[in-house]
Ligand binder design. Structure first.
Ligand code: CTP
Length: 397
């Protein structure tokens, strides 16, 4: 963190008091914190305590002409290595998602091309409200990183998700975002989860992938400092903190999102992509026709995302990693798959039902590379993710 410049926007919520501790934690790690206090934020913490802890001037008003002469708001937002919004209130998130710029904080956020980390904090109903969740999806796809919120008792007396992440959790997310680990300055793409292939507007074909392994891997890569783009189908586990989340439904959408996210230093394809989609998917709901005859679905092959990227002639990521789910002859099948798809490594796992791996918390993998097959002992999906992330860091070093 030494010498890193953090622009810290303090929103108007009771959690603003925790931001004072955050400033202290950041400055003692050598970061330079430039604080911006919203009008509502100043109702919860005073400019004096913020500036005393940061050892810097607090910026509060967009129309301070002296400030504009000293350092304009555009400049202020661009000199930072990272912009942190803590607490990110429902209102600030809504302003950001809709691109409003009616005070200093929202103007800075609109004027910048620096990455933004949000630490949301609000009442549980506000957090769960469809409007906030919609804004969150928009902010994710705009590239904002998010840490928290945590679940627990809240100042308003309710219980649930909405508590701001603790200062040290925010520090860890900042460290991952500004990349002090071995993958600092590396962009890694991860696909995860199942895909949903529509039959008609209300029905789809899917698979049982939970997205757990891809999510753990994205978190482990971010923890090593990588900038992670996480392209996920409709998974049951939540996406990790501190990564750019791109949500997709179908294999074709996943391929388009992956291509749009390039260039990348490495790409890891952990998604369980449907190999087939319904060619004659209906535009309106299919009805029983009274004859008792089921509709005939025709299938067509989906694009192979892993093979498409692995076989790129220009702009191919330096390291392309695929996964293989096998039930027998794991090593032979995975070795053949590596050659067929043209990827560098295949992480093969044995998904026979008796292993309990598909949908479970553990994994036993064999990593196939040009050097041969290496079987790892059975361990948690988190441990597999950390070990694989460390290997990726070595390969990109
Ligand atoms: N994959 C992909 N796009 C597809 C299908 C698969 O990117 N349309 C990727 C998966 O993310 C995974 C690997 O390819 O990294 C799995 O390859 P796949 O051929 O689907 O293997 P299995 O699922 O193991 O199935 P099969 O053995 O039947 O080919």
């Amino acid at each position: 963190m030494l010498g890193k410049r953090i622009l810290l926007i303090i929103g108007g919520g009771i959690a603003a008091y925790k931001t004072l501790d955050l400033i202290r934690r950041l400055t003692e790690r050598g970061a330079a914190v430039t604080p911006v206090l919203t009008k509502a934020g100043a109702e919860f913490v005073t400019p004096l305590s913020v500036s005393a802890l940061a050892g810097a001037k607090v910026h509060t008003d967009l129309f301070d002409l002296t400030d504009e002469a000293e350092m304009g708001h555009i400049q202020l937002s661009r000199v930072a290595d990272l912009i942190v919004v803590a607490p990110a209130t429902a209102d600030l998130m809504a302003k950001m998602a809709s691109g409003r710029a009616d005070d200093l904080a929202s103007t800075l956020l609109l004027a910048t091309d620096t990455r933004v980390l949000l630490a949301p904090a609000m009442n549980v109903r506000m957090w769960n409200h469809p409007a906030t969740q919609r804004n969150l999806v928009t902010l994710h796809s705009d590239g904002a990183l998010v840490v928290g919120p945590n679940e627990g008792a809240m100042a308003c007396g309710e219980f649930g998700p909405g508590r701001m992440a603790e200062p040290l959790e925010i520090v860890a997310a900042i460290e991952a975002a500004i990349g002090s680990g071995p993958l600092a300055d590396r962009h890694v793409l991860v696909t995860s989860g199942p895909t949903h292939e529509p039959i008609d507007p209300v029905r789809y074909i899917a698979n049982r992938s939970s997205g757990a392994q891809g999510t753990a891997l994205a978190a482990a890569l971010a923890a090593l400092g990588a900038r992670v783009t996480f392209v996920t189908g409709p998974a049951t586990v939540l996406p990790p903190d501190g990564v750019k989340v791109v949500r997709v439904e179908t294999a074709r959408e996943m391929l388009a999102a992956v291509q749009a996210a390039l260039p990348a230093d490495a790409a890891v394809f952990a998604a369980a992509v449907a190999d087939w989609r319904v060619a004659n998917a209906a535009g309106s709901k299919m009805k029983k026709d009274g004859t008792g005859r089921p509709p005939a679905l025709e299938f067509t092959e989906n694009p192979d995302i892993l093979a498409t990227i692995a076989q790129m002639t220009a702009g191919r990521p330096r390291l392309v990693v695929g996964f293989a789910a096998e039930t027998d002859d794991v090593i032979d099948h995975a070795t053949a798959k590596r050659a067929r798809k043209g990827c560098d490594w295949i992480v093969a796992n044995d998904v026979r039902p008796e292993t309990g791996i598909m949908g479970g918390a553990e994994n036993a993998v064999t990593v196939i590379s040009a050097d041969g097959a290496e079987s790892w002992p059975r361990m948690s999906k988190d441990q597999v993710a950390r070990k694989l992330a460390a290997r990726i860091a070595e390969a990109l070093a």
